[in-house]
Design a protein around this ligand. Structure first.
Ligand code: SF4
Length: 341
């Protein structure tokens, strides 16, 4: 039985009160790369005016995409859909070099909002390919980031899609192989894939530094810590957001009673909460916090008004806007100053 924020239960025959509560994960939501990519489109709209074309979803979040659409962004799948000479922004997930070439051929003004941590993996791929390594890229087949990274050195890179993909790997020289990864994978599953690869390729080299980015790791870590105390974990994020989907998996593996991914609070099914006392809440790296606040308000209306934020680390990283945009913003500011003087 539930009254307000209190459930009644029995303990040794006595009626006791069990408080319904929310454990709110922190860090959650926007990472530095997403923040930069969204700001890039917003600043481009201010600077050049609408429409601004964006190749692919700038970040994998329905709400972010529809908000930018209302401000004048037009999302397209390929450069061919962008009128010649128009401005196009490349998404945070990164693009293969041929996408830059196509943009040049169409005389597009391109702004590259690829997250610098994805660019780092591209650089690693180029460097190992130049040294003639076979590169095993651990990632999800078809994900935009994987397509972009593979495009840096298609002759040297083969995709390994999770532990089950290990058996299909063939290399030229087992002493000259390195693994790299998509930035938004499950840390534990990736380590399992690497362990299986190493049983086949004992001389397999690791990336020079972690490819799974700080934001993915931090969001997984805090969910792992709260999950054992949660009857249900609700992750706010879109279904095509790799890091959001991974958070639900991590919650379930770490002992949450149930896990659900929702884009919006209205998608929460009351049945998920019937037997719950503790609800965990987190969000993927492409999710604005206002959507999480709406989830908390929705839960409070159902008796889960007590919210405890559980913090594992503070994040302070930020990235500067793409250089081509900064250059044009600076020119605009100088013109404005000159006009005033
Ligand atoms: S999730 Fe990581 S790699 Fe992806 S945009 Fe955010 S910081 Fe960059």
């Amino acid at each position: 039985m539930s009254v307000g924020g209190v459930r009644r239960g029995t303990y040794h025959g006595r009626v006791t009160e069990i408080r319904k509560r929310v454990l709110l994960a922190k860090p959650r939501g926007y990472c530095a790369g997403v923040d930069r990519a969204v700001q890039t489109v917003e600043e481009a709209l201010k600077l050049y005016g609408a429409p601004i074309y964006v190749r692919k979803q700038i970040v994998h979040n329905k709400h972010v995409v529809s908000t930018l659409e209302k401000r004048g962004a037009i999302f397209v799948e390929e450069n061919e859909e962008v009128p010649e000479g128009a401005t196009v922004v490349f998404s945070a997930h990164g693009v293969a070099p041929d996408v830059h070439e196509q943009a040049k051929a169409r005389n597009l003004k391109s702004i590259d909002a690829t997250c610098p941590l994805v660019t780092k993996v591209h650089q690693e791929a180029k460097r190992f390919a130049a040294d003639d390594y076979d590169i095993l890229l651990i990632g999800h087949d078809g994900h935009e980031e994987v397509v972009g990274t593979s495009g840096e050195a298609p002759a040297h890179i083969q995709l390994v899609d999770g532990p089950d993909g290990v058996d299909d790997v063939t290399v030229r020289d087992p002493a000259k192989v390195v693994w790299l990864s998509q930035t938004t994978l499950s840390v534990d599953e990736t380590m399992e894939t690497v362990a299986r690869l190493k049983t086949r390729l004992p001389l397999l080299q690791s990336p020079p530094s972690d490819d799974i980015c700080y934001a993915t790791q931090n969001r997984q870590q805090v969910v792992k810590e709260i999950a054992p105390d949660c009857d249900v974990v609700i992750v706010v994020g879109s279904k095509n957001s790799s890091n959001s989907v991974r958070l639900v998996e991590v919650a379930l593996e770490a002992g949450a009673g149930a896990g659900h991914l929702v884009d919006f609070a209205t998608e929460i099914d009351d049945a998920w909460l019937h037997e719950a006392t503790t609800v965990g809440v987190s969000s993927g790296a492409s999710v604005p916090d206002e959507l999480v606040m709406q989830v908390l308000a929705h839960l409070a209306e159902r008796g889960f008004g007590e919210v405890t934020e559980y913090t594992t680390t503070e994040e302070r990283l930020s990235f500067s806007l793409p250089k081509e945009l900064r250059r044009d913003m600076k020119a605009r500011d100088m013109q404005a100053t000159a006009a005033r003087d």
